[in-house]
Design a protein around this ligand. Structure first.
Ligand SMILES: [Zn+2]
Length: 272
């Protein structure tokens, strides 16, 4: 397990920090396309939104230092993404992803054929299996790092978590070192991460998007960076309406603006 490098500096960042440096992490990239929709790939949407978010900071909050894990179609590993954040001693880690729903298979009878069996002619159905990858689900959810508290919670997270964990990696909850990482993170960064996530979700709700809430999972992508962090799932690539929206310039700017305003509100809260 490669996440332990972040363990040592954890306690250093506990208190008294203004927020002046943010790492923006465009999910996936290069060979890792992320989720695929009908007209686009997750890696391209996450990059476009991330760059727009950076531009909003450059225009509207000039003293904020923005670092990127990638600015082109390349794939930094999770470790490399964490290293960028930790070496820069950043104050926040914001990872941007696009949600998806699992494939479902439907088998239906499309006709019949006659076959001979035991010297008798019998009619047999012809099946066709179709795979659907579309959903009417919509909205935005934000993940923070934590162990799932109990099975019920795990159930409640339902199919979303399956997608998130498939694409970003899940820590082994039975590994004692995972418990240490998460316990330390929980002590120092969890509340802050939840606050940041809530602020971001509020902004999406203000824009009329469906607020799916702040959720906790032992996500590998958040475990290695020694700072509060969130993973924002900005919409469903498997919902054609949201996919179209997320591929439009206007939609991308709106999403970036919601995240920007969420961070700005969180910054104001924490500097009170
Ligand atoms: Zn993703």
């Amino acid at each position: 397990m490669v996440l332990l490098l972040a363990l040592a500096p954890l306690a250093l960042f506990a208190k008294g920090r203004t927020i002046s440096k943010i790492v923006l992490d465009a999910g996936h990239g290069g060979k890792d396309i992320g989720a695929r929709g009908a007209i686009s790939m997750e890696k391209d949407i996450t990059l476009a939104v991330t760059l727009k978010l950076g531009k909003i900071f450059a225009d509207s909050m000039r003293d904020m230092q923005i670092l990127y894990t990638r600015t082109t179609d390349m794939y930094p590993s999770l470790v490399e993404r964490h290293e960028i954040a930790n070496k820069a001693d950043a104050d926040l880690f914001v990872s941007i992803h696009v949600n998806s729903t699992p494939f479902t298979k439907t088998k239906r009878i499309v006709g019949y054929k006659t076959v001979t069996r035991h010297h008798k002619k019998v009619k047999q159905p012809i099946y066709q299996t179709t795979t659907h990858h579309t959903t009417k689900r919509s909205g935005v959810e934000t993940y923070v790092l934590n162990l799932r508290r109990n099975y019920q919670k795990q159930e409640a997270i339902g199919e979303y978590s399956d997608n998130v964990t498939e694409e970003t990696g899940l820590l082994d909850e039975n590994d004692p070192q995972t418990a240490i990482i998460i316990a330390q993170y929980a002590q120092v960064f969890l509340n802050k991460s939840v606050s940041l996530g809530s602020r971001i979700q509020e902004q999406f709700e203000n824009q009329g998007r469906n607020n799916l809430g702040v959720k906790q999972l032992p996500l590998e992508v958040l475990a290695g960076s020694a700072m509060p962090g969130v993973l924002v799932e900005i919409g469903f690539i498997t919902n054609i309406d949201e996919e179209t929206y997320l591929n439009s310039e206007e939609g991308q700017f709106e999403v970036a603006r919601a995240i920007y305003r969420g961070i700005r509100a969180y910054k104001a809260d924490s500097e009170k």
